[in-house]
Design a protein around this ligand. Structure first.
Ligand SMILES: Cc1ncc(COP(=O)(O)O)c(C=O)c1O
Length: 376
């Protein structure tokens, strides 16, 4: 593996992000194997590259989009969507999963029957006015305890208030077709899912008692990637989820999920070059040609901790790895065990396919990493 990374870096230069589509396919198939009742809508926010959308579409994945731009990225990447089946494709294969949508976006959705989420009355009024043919999914606020990225402070209605909001939607002549939630990203605390499932099941039961037409439960994202050092056994985790899904939701209810990180995180490796070296505060600082404004932006936005590996062997010491920009925030790790390295040497990072290039910038004039695809 080290050899092939080095030769790719030699051929393409650095920083270089290598995306292995074989891993994406394996992850998708693993998800379907252990959660057989759960349809997949890949959350493209994790990594919106068209090549990834194409790979997942070929496996019959749907897509979770957050904006008009993401919606268009999917439509462009998936060839069949532009043909006469367009409306069916949008309804069946895309969920607009941002609870807040600009009026302009809602207007653009009118030609389709788009499924979209909401969690408050003002959004409901907006949807009714600007996109009345939308299919509605009500998003619940659920515990995000221990998740790497917390979402419940900004999204979801308290389960105790949800029926009133549903009543309002039905009163306005709109159909609430689904219930959704998100347990927070990289959720290893299975109790978050269990609590959310129970809240959704209770609301579903109450809604059906009123003969409301709820037919779908969207269990969101959060499924944990198996990062280096993370002790995640997806098969065990998913088997427990699957059992609870079967216990709580009648067979005729469609269950879907919006995994992002789980599908793509482990599919990418980043190779960077050391461009500077200094001795500061008792340790060696390696300045590399990628950083928190580039592919390693997940350090800031995703609260992700990345570790660096050297292609060289030797006695290691605690070192810092920092980015190339003129900003002290651009510090990737203050504690990595690395051998004595020189300017020009390469380092690599594993499991960097999610929330990485998606939030990279050109700050300070440093180019974004080149991306190469393998096995696509
Ligand atoms: C609405 C929604 N769905 C799905 C996802 C994907 O989550 P994850 O990458 O944890 O699977 C997110 C991520 O924040 C989200 O906001």
């Amino acid at each position: 593996m080290a050899k092939s990374l080095m030769s790719l870096a030699k051929r393409h230069g650095t920083p270089l992000l290598i995306i292995d589509h074989k891993v994406i396919r394996q992850k998708y198939l693993q998800f379907r194997k252990y959660l057989p009742r759960v349809g997949v809508y890949y959350a493209i926010k994790a990594n919106p590259l068209p090549e990834i959308i194409k790979t997942l579409h070929a496996l019959k994945s749907g897509f979770d989009v957050a904006s008009q731009e993401e919606f268009e990225m999917v439509m462009k990447a998936v060839p069949g969507s532009a043909l006469k089946k367009k409306n069916d494709f949008v309804y069946n294969d895309i969920i607009l999963a941002n609870t807040i949508k600009p009026v302009e976006t809602l207007k653009k959705m009118i030609p389709y029957r788009t499924l979209m989420t909401f969690d408050n009355i003002e959004e409901l009024k907006k949807i009714k006015k600007y996109c009345p043919n939308a299919g509605l999914i009500i998003r619940l606020r659920v515990p995000n305890i221990g998740s790497m990225v917390e979402l419940s402070s900004k999204f979801g209605i308290e389960p105790s208030d949800a029926m009133q909001l549903m009543d309002a939607a039905v009163g306005m002549g709109m159909d609430v077709e689904g219930i959704s939630f998100h347990v927070g990203s990289q959720c290893v605390n299975i109790e978050n899912y269990m609590t959310a499932f129970n809240a959704a099941a209770e609301l579903l039961k109450a809604a059906r008692a009123k003969v409301y037409n709820v037919r779908l439960v969207n269990i969101g994202g959060g499924f944990p990637a198996d990062y280096e050092g993370a002790d995640v056994s997806f098969p065990n985790f998913a088997k427990k989820l699957s059992k609870e899904i079967d216990r709580l939701f009648p067979q005729e209810i469609e269950i879907v999920a919006e995994p992002g990180r789980y599908l793509v995180a482990e599919a990418a490796k980043l190779v960077v070059k050391i461009i500077g070296k200094a001795y500061r505060d008792g340790k060696t600082y390696y300045y590399i040609n990628d950083g928190v404004y580039n592919t390693l932006s997940g350090v800031i936005f995703d609260h992700c901790v990345y570790h660096f590996h050297s292609f060289k062997k030797g006695k290691t010491s605690v070192s810092a790895v920092v980015g190339p920009t003129c900003d002290a925030l651009d510090s990737v790790s203050i504690s990595e065990n690395l051998p004595d390295l020189q300017i020009g040497d390469l380092l690599y990072v594993n499991d960097i396919g999610a929330y990485s290039n998606a939030s990279a910038t050109n700050f300070n004039g440093f180019s974004k990493a080149k991306i190469v695809h393998a096995n696509n």
